[in-house]
Ligand binder design. Structure first.
Ligand code: PMV
Length: 329
């Protein structure tokens, strides 16, 4: 085991055996409004910048971890190849926390459409940490769980919470100050719209994409400054419930991130023709006076940011739109 990881995990966890036969938990997926793209340290998943997201309420991952004779992974009732990419990554992570002779049967249920490419690692790793916390009865704080989830996947640090969440970059080499926290603002009429435009398989994973961008894109030099500019504006716009400032800054932040990716070599180009057509449609709707903004992550799909009063017009413009109410109970 990486010595840094070992040190961190043993400083957080009580040394315990499983206290129950099974642990279970839920964690929401999240969409970043100010994006995370680039690590300053790989194994601990320490980010180059802070980031800020909104969690997707009931769209996420339910996970049950049961003690078993062998390792097994079942996603949405389908047994997965245990040597496959997703299973290997999850079990490597889980192995950080279990005795060598312990095996788990994992049942994971994604309530977010898998085809949307949104059933990202964030809700999976956050729900895994929450389920381990239940299995071992660790009784960890949200902050401690956020650090552990971050080690699985950076953006998972934010999926420990609902609502608006900020992941602090942190300064320490051990990453103990790089965790996420919930902002104490509720925004009841804030909406996220998910547009599933393509189910083409992701060609480049986020870790590889980040690395390639850092190594080969000269535009990437400007990315930390973009985040330094956008993050406080977004944080304040949430506090003020200033929707247009939030939307505008979030859209520009997302497009700036994609500009760094596209200028990498080989290009990290997640956009499909449908993605570009949707961005144009959003711009056209704005010209017609609708308050709607777009954001995109490491895939071809577009997510819309809007308020409840705009819902019907947007459903007309985008019949397949799945509307999420992040502050519904
Ligand atoms: O945590 P990862 O490795 O899945 O990276 C997430 C990267 C983006 O989704 C593009 C941005 C973000 O902040 O979620």
């Amino acid at each position: 085991m990486n010595p840094d990881l070992h040190k961190i995990i043993s400083s957080i966890l009580p040394h315990t055996q499983p206290r129950k036969q099974a642990g279970q938990a839920y964690a929401p997926a999240n969409i970043a409004l100010c994006k995370y793209w680039g690590k300053r340290q790989e194994s601990l998943k320490l980010p180059l910048t802070g980031s800020l997201s909104i969690s997707l309420a009931q769209l996420g991952t339910h996970m049950r971890i049961e003690l078993s004779e062998t390792d097994q992974l079942i996603i949405n009732d389908e047994a997965q190849d245990i040597r496959g990419k997703a299973a290997t990554r999850l079990f490597e992570f889980l192995s950080l926390f279990r005795a060598p002779d312990t095996h788990f049967k994992i049942k994971s249920l994604n309530t977010i459409p898998m085809a949307a490419g949104l059933a990202s690692s964030a809700s999976a790793f956050a729900s895994a940490v929450n389920a381990l916390n239940d299995l071992y009865q660790w009784e960890l704080s949200a902050q401690q769980r956020s650090i552990l989830a971050r080690i699985g996947s950076g953006s998972a640090s934010r999926s420990i919470y609902q609502g608006f969440v900020e992941w602090h970059r942190g300064e320490q080499a051990d990453g103990m100050d790089s965790f996420a926290e919930r902002l104490d603002t509720e925004w009841p009429d804030f909406r996220i719209g998910i547009l599933t435009l393509s189910d083409a398989k992701k060609t480049v994973g986020s870790s590889e994409g980040m690395q390639r961008t850092i190594e080969s894109s000269t535009l990437f030099e400007s990315w930390p400054a973009q985040v330094d500019k956008d993050l406080p504006v977004i944080r304040q716009a949430i506090r003020d419930q200033d929707f247009d400032t939030l939307g505008k800054t979030a859209e520009q932040n997302a497009l700036s991130m994609h500009a760094t990716m596209i200028s990498a070599w080989p290009p990290v180009l997640y956009w499909r023709p449908e993605s570009v057509a949707t961005l144009h449609q959003v711009h056209q709707l704005r010209q017609q006076g609708l308050s709607v903004y777009a954001t995109m992550d490491a895939g071809p799909n577009v997510k819309l940011l809007f308020k409840e009063k705009t819902r019907n017009e947007l459903l007309q413009a985008f019949p397949g739109l799945q509307v999420v109410e992040p502050f519904s109970a």
